[in-house]
Design a protein around this ligand. Structure first.
Ligand SMILES: [Fe+2]
Length: 304
C-alpha cells in the first residue's frame, strides 16, 4: 500500500471495515476526506495515503468533543482548516485537465471547482470570524461550534480539490524539525503540530502565488475578513498575507519559521525536502521551482 521506499506500493485489496469518523479537533476535516496522514517517527517521515476506500462511511461531527481542548490546539487546528479552505479556493482550476468521457476517470484531486468553492468560501468566512474567539475563550461555544463546522466544510472542499504550497512546504518543516515541542501537546520533542507547520510559511506563499490568481486571492482575503473595498488585483497577496499574520498574532502563533527553530542556513535543506511534494506543487496557481521555494522559506523566517 505504501509507495517505495517505505513499502511495495501495492493497492488496498478491497473494501475496509465500517468506518465511523468522529473528529476531536476542528481542523483536519478528515471525517469527510479519503486522505490519511501517517507519521513514522523512527524514519523521521510523514506522508499521505489517498484512496476512495479510506472515505468514512459515516461522520459524527459533535463540537462538544472539543470543549476541553486547550486554546493552542484550537489555534493550530484552526489554521489547518483555514489553509485547507484558502488553498482550495486559490488552487489551479479543475478545467486544466483534458476532458474524459467517464467521470470516474477524472483525477481524484481536481483543483478548484464550483462545488468546492462553495464550501471553501463559507469555511473562510467562519474561520475569519470565529478563530480568535474560539482560541481565546474555551467557553465560547458559538465560536467553537462554528469552527467545527468550518473544519468539516474545508474537508469537503480539499478532499475534492487538493491542497497546494502551504501543505507542500509544511513537509520540509516536519521532516527537519529539531529540539522543539509546541505548548499544550503532550508529545516528545521534536514535534510541530501540522497546522502550525502549514501556516508558518503561508503568508510568504500567498504573497508569491497571488500573481497567478489575483482575483481569487482578493476574494479569499475578503472572505477572511480583510477590508478589500479599495483594493485592486495588485494588492491581493498582501491582503491575504496581512490578514493571516493578523490572525496568527491574535492567537499566539509563531511569527514565521524562525520561531520554529529554523534559520537561513536551513533554507536549502527545507526546500530540497519540500520540492518532492509534486502533486501539491502542481496544484498551485503559479509555476513553482526549487529556487522559488527557497525564496519563499527565506521570506517566511519572520513577518516583522
Ligand atoms: Fe492539513
Amino acid at each position: 500500500m505504501w509507495a517505495p521506499p517505505l513499502g511495495a506500493g501495492e493497492p488496498i485489496p478491497g473494501a475496509l471495515l465500517p468506518h465511523l469518523a468522529c473528529p476531536t479537533t476542528s481542523g483536519t476535516g478528515s471525517e469527510c476526506t479519503s486522505l490519511s496522514v501517517i507519521r513514522i517517527n523512527d524514519l523521521k517521515t510523514k506522508f499521505v495515503l489517498g484512496n476512495p476506500l479510506l472515505l468514512p462511511d459515516e461522520a459524527l461531527v459533535d463540537p462538544t468533543c472539543c470543549d476541553s481542548l486547550p486554546g493552542n490546539i484550537v489555534a493550530s487546528t484552526g489554521f489547518d482548516l483555514l489553509s485547507h479552505a484558502i488553498e482550495c479556493y486559490t488552487s489551479k482550476a479543475y478545467t486544466r485537465w483534458a476532458k474524459v468521457g467517464d467521470p470516474r476517470k477524472r483525477p481524484y484531486l481536481q483543483g478548484a471547482n464550483p462545488w468546492s468553492d462553495l464550501a471553501a468560501t463559507r469555511a473562510l468566512e467562519l474561520v475569519g470570524k470565529y478563530l480568535e474567539r474560539g482560541v481565546n475563550d474555551a467557553s465560547d461555544s458559538e465560536a467553537r461550534d462554528q469552527l467545527m463546522w468550518a473544519a468539516t466544510l474545508a474537508g469537503m472542499a480539499f478532499g475534492n480539490t487538493g491542497t497546494h504550497l502551504p501543505h507542500a512546504l509544511s513537509y520540509g518543516i516536519t521532516h527537519l524539525m529539531h529540539d522543539i515541542t509546541t505548548d499544550d501537546y503532550a508529545v516528545a520533542s521534536p514535534f510541530i503540530p501540522h497546522g502550525i507547520s502549514v501556516i508558518a510559511s503561508a503568508p510568504a506563499i500567498f504573497r508569491y502565488t497571488a500573481a497567478g490568481a489575483p482575483e481569487r486571492h482578493l476574494e479569499a482575503a475578503n472572505s477572511l475578513g480583510a477590508d478589500t473595498s479599495d483594493a485592486g488585483n495588485e494588492d491581493a497577496g498582501e491582503l491575504v498575507a496581512g490578514r493571516i499574520v493578523e490572525l496568527m498574532n491574535k492567537t499566539g502563533m509563531p511569527n514565521g519559521i524562525g520561531d520554529l527553530g529554523f534559520a537561513e542556513a536551513d533554507i536549502k535543506s527545507l526546500a530540497a525536502s519540500s520540492v518532492r511534494q509534486l502533486r501539491s506543487i502542481a496544484n498551485a496557481p503559479r509555476e513553482t521551482n526549487l529556487q522559488d521555494i527557497e525564496n519563499i522559506y527565506a521570506a517566511a523566517l519572520s513577518y516583522g
